[in-house]
Design a protein around this ligand. Structure first.
Ligand code: HEC
Length: 153
């Protein structure tokens, strides 16, 4: 599922920075810091938005990628019968609404619940290992889908 995963910008930045500091080049390090900041935030999103989207991407990898292909870099992941996030965004006009409410749309109620919800009734077991979210996770996942939409549309 994680095959072919490219190193994250922040990891690349840390590697560069360690090298730059080792060679005593502070100016190179600060130039790279600026580049890394620009790469992370992109031209349209604010830093805060893209941090949220980054969290959403991690959550999607962790909780959604076992069924959905969640980004162009795990195209071979997921389950073929489950629509990829890219397809959902491209094909559905109301994809934002659907990402906001996926947890009540089938098949998700069979495995998603929120921290603080009552445990599942023993006669309604989860169909797969449960996904347990906090409500703020939804905003992060939606922010990630919005970032993905800007990338692919
Ligand atoms: C157990 C497999 C599975 C997991 C895990 C899963 N999904 Fe899905 N999801 C599906 C399937 C299958 C569909 C297509 C349902 C359909 O066509 O009726 C779907 C559809 C969707 C849709 C479109 C819903 C609609 O009614 O149009 C969204 C949005 C979505 N998933 C988001 C997510 C997110 C976000 C996560 C992770 C937090 C996630 N899914 C985790 C299987 C899964």
């Amino acid at each position: 599922m994680r095959q072919g995963k490219r190193p994250r910008t922040s990891q690349l930045y840390l590697t560069f920075r360690r090298r730059a500091l080792a060679s005593g080049s502070g100016r190179l390090a600060s130039g790279l810091a600026l580049l890394a900041t620009l790469a992370l935030t992109g031209p349209t999103a604010t830093a805060e938005e893209s941090a949220l989207a980054q969290r959403g991407k991690e959550l999607s990898r962790q909780h959604c990628a076992r069924c959905h292909v969640i980004s162009p870099d795990n195209r071979m992941g997921g389950i073929a019968s489950t629509p990829s996030f890219m397809i959902l965004i491209k094909a559905l006009d109301d994809w934002q609404d659907r990402f906001q409410t996926f947890h009540v749309r089938r098949p998700h109620p069979a495995h998603v619940r929120f921290v603080g919800d009552a445990a599942r009734a023993p006669d309604h077991p989860a169909t797969i290992t449960e996904v347990i979210l906090v409500h703020d996770d939804i905003a992060a996942i939606v922010a990630y889908a919005e970032q993905l939409a800007r990338e692919i549309k």
